[in-house]
Design a protein around this ligand. Structure first.
Ligand code: ME8
Length: 687
């Protein structure tokens, strides 16, 4: 399935443009996206926007991975069909990308007909090539498989039937014993090593390439690429008892997403134009599938290989990988609704050294927003626009001749200053080219945005503007600082597209911002065709406490939704479309009477209390968001109702093992705990 190609340039002169094709991983549609999944999509969006500003025609693909046991299980748990599950969650992914203003050109669902056709075509192409080879040389063969497989990470854990835990998630791996189609990965060891040697940029960063190289050097085992026991998948051509194993299926989406296997001539042309991919951006945990399996699958089919696999680090939450299965996720929607899209983008791109792991914290996000966006760029824009509006009726004046020739002002036109401008643009472009977004942001803010603010503070045009005869000075200062703002806006556009567009519109510029070429960028290219707009604040300052609490409330709403919601694992409710549940569904919730034994505040968490609750045969640690409504000392000995069979969850580095029931009252959702008037022993079941 494709979304409108509004961001793709069509035929005509665009044919002359160089192309750039980049992809995110195709995300599992077993639950809703979180900040971790948004991270890669935002990163790729910044790259796509940057490449467009360098004259490329960009194809940008994302999508949803909708087959596999984890989807089947999640659907089963939710009491719906896998198709219903993926249909619901796929919509949520798409809506989020729309909310985040992501400029993808294509979206692939692995359950779509065009994808199935592409996967089958890929394997047929390989089988066709195999036909002329002796059996022991064929890339694909049938054999018996027995081993341990992790259904959560979709990875083989061991090739022997002995029990084993998954090294990634720690859960026991399942026994698999069946006849499968195998891919002869072992035959590709030398070719892969040669690829890494001859094309060092194929796997990036370098330290990841070295890891992959060592892995391949240690010897490769053949991998199973079909399943007999699973029904939810793409049937093997001419052998429909087998369905494709998820990774063969999922990786092929990079081909099907841009038209491989299509009968439509336009789609075929698109595939011809954009394949091979220039960049597969992924998280580090799926590097082997991309840097080892994927090139081997393509070699076997004799298709060109992608140019680069870039594996970035993880976004950590309290030092652990933010992930659905751990339940320690933050969601993008509350952040966007409280602080706006650019706040989330800027924070994610600015805060981590791209490639390494980075921390996510709501406090950090708000602090960064206030420092760099509200007090930084937002403040500069508002100062410049207000002065141009007040002193020059909305038109940015020119630099006066007197200013150019009078010391010390003439220094602004010296060779040194010119060289510094060129250097800044060069540094920022180099940073973007190597995906060092934090460095790009740092340079833009240091050399331009913050400089502009300091310049105004030092020169104080508002003082000179009151003095007669000083127009030449005020004119020139305003022009210098307006050009600074213009350059900041252009260079920062891939990082914060919404705010930069807003400021750009206010600047009354002739050209469209997206049409500015960053590779031809000049500092002194002010071309105004209409008066600047009235100054509208782009980044209102956020009150830390209030912003934090609003986000927390929205996040709670996503976790414990009142209405119909996404379905699947983790936070998603088990419910049918009309939101009614059966008595059996209800019986699965184990509620018990508890007595609070101790309660204390958690440093740095205004809303949370840490409680120890006696539930008869054990004492549970439970974190509850009730600190604004209850003092810890008032809770001692209090009878409460807890959900006892809720999966443990980590908050602030502490495990919460259960949930307190409370009514939510008034517009602020003040919690009021459920309790009992009668005497009742701890542990009694509430039904
Ligand atoms: O692996 N930090 O899908 P998935 C940074 N369907 N990035 C994160 C992240 C975190 N905490 N959590 C998720 C799959 N990501 C397969 C891919 S591709 C042919 C098939 C991002 O839903 C990161 O890009 O588990 C990671 O690789 C991806 O989401 C995993 O998404």
């Amino acid at each position: 399935m494709r979304i409108p190609k509004s961001h793709m340039n069509r035929a005509g002169p665009s044919q002359q443009k160089p192309k750039f094709y980049l992809t995110t991983p195709i995300y599992y549609a077993n639950s809703r996206p979180h900040v971790g999944s948004a991270y890669t999509t935002i990163v790729c969006d910044a790259i796509a926007r940057y490449k467009r500003m360098c004259g490329y025609e960009v194809a940008y693909l994302t999508g949803t991975d909708e087959h596999g046991v984890n989807i089947e299980r999640a659907a089963e748990e939710a009491g719906i069909t896998p198709q219903q599950l993926v249909d619901t969650n796929e919509k949520i992914f798409r809506e989020l990308w729309k909310l985040l203003g992501i400029t993808t050109t294509d979206f692939i669902r692995t359950t779509s007909r065009e994808h199935a056709r592409a996967v089958q075509m890929l394997v047929r192409r390989t089988l066709e090539r195999d036909r002329v080879l002796s059996p022991e040389k064929r890339s694909i063969y049938k054999d018996k498989y027995e081993g341990r497989y992790c259904i959560y990470d979709n990875a083989y854990v061991s090739d022997t039937p002995e029990p084993a835990d998954c090294p990634t998630c720690g859960r026991p791996a399942e026994l698999i014993a069946e006849e499968n189609y195998f891919f002869r990965l072992s035959a590709y060891q030398e070719k892969l090593l040669q690829l890494y040697r001859e094309k060092p940029g194929f796997v990036q960063p370098d330290f990841r390439r070295n890891e992959v190289k060592s892995f391949v050097e240690a010897g490769l085992k053949d991998v199973s690429i079909s399943r007999k026991t699973i029904k939810w998948g793409i049937p093997w051509p001419d052998d429909p008892e087998h369905v494709f194993y998820v990774w063969y299926d999922a990786l092929a989406s990079y081909l099907s997403g841009i038209g491989y296997g299509s009968e439509d001539p336009q789609e075929q042309e698109k595939f011809g134009r954009f394949w091979p991919a220039d960049l597969h951006m992924i998280g580090k945990e799926i590097i082997r599938f991309h840097a080892v399996y994927w090139p081997a699958f393509l070699m076997a089919a004799d298709l060109p290989l992608p140019n680069q696999i870039f594996a970035h680090g993880w976004l950590l939450f309290e030092q652990e990988k933010m992930s659905k299965s751990k339940g320690n996720v933050a969601y993008p929607e509350p952040i966007v609704k409280v602080l706006g899209n650019d706040a989330l983008r800027y924070y994610l791109l600015r805060e981590t050294v791209f490639g390494q792991d980075g921390n996510f914290s709501r406090e950090g996000l708000i602090t960064r927003y206030n420092a760099d966006l509200a007090n930084g760029l937002g403040n500069l824009a508002s100062r410049v626009l207000t002065m141009v509006w007040n002193y020059r009726n909305g038109w940015v004046p020119g630099i006066s001749e007197k200013f150019r020739s009078t010391p010390p002002h003439d220094q602004w036109f010296s060779a040194d200053v010119e060289a510094a401008k060129v250097r800044t643009i060069g540094t920022v472009r180099l940073a973007y080219d190597s995906f060092q977004f934090a460095l790009a942001a740092e340079e833009i803010w240091r050399a331009i945005a913050n400089w502009g603010d300091q310049f105004l503070t030092a020169t104080q045009p508002w003082v000179e503007a009151q003095k007669p005869g000083q127009e030449w000075l005020v004119d020139s200062w305003l022009r210098l600082v307006a050009e600074t703002l213009r350059s900041t806006v252009i260079l920062a556009h891939p990082l914060i597209p919404e705010a930069t567009l807003k400021i750009w519109q206010q600047l009354g510029q002739e050209q469209k911002l997206e049409d500015i070429r960053m590779d031809h960028l000049r500092w002194d290219a002010w071309k105004q065709t209409r008066p600047i707009g009235k100054c509208e604040p782009v980044f209102p300052r956020a009150d830390k406490k209030e912003a934090w609490e609003r986000m927390e409330a929205m996040e709670q709403e996503i976790r414990n939704p009142a209405g119909a919601q996404p379905v699947g694992t983790s936070s998603a409710p088990a419910g049918s479309a009309n939101n009614k549940i059966t008595i059996e569904d209800f019986a699965r919730v184990e509620m018990r009477v508890g007595v609070v034994q101790s309660a204390e505040r958690i440093p740095g968490a205004d809303k949370l209390l840490k409680l120890l609750v006696d539930i008869g045969d054990e004492t549970r640690q439970i974190l509850a968001g009730i600190a604004l409504a209850y003092a810890p000392e008032d809770l001692l000995g209090r009878k409460v109702v807890i959900v006892a069979n809720l999966a443990p969850r980590k908050m602030r580095g502490l495990e919460s093992n259960g949930m307190l029931l409370a009514a939510s009252v008034g517009p602020d959702g003040k919690p009021v705990l459920c309790t009992f008037a009668e005497e009742i022993p701890p542990g009694a079941r509430v039904k």
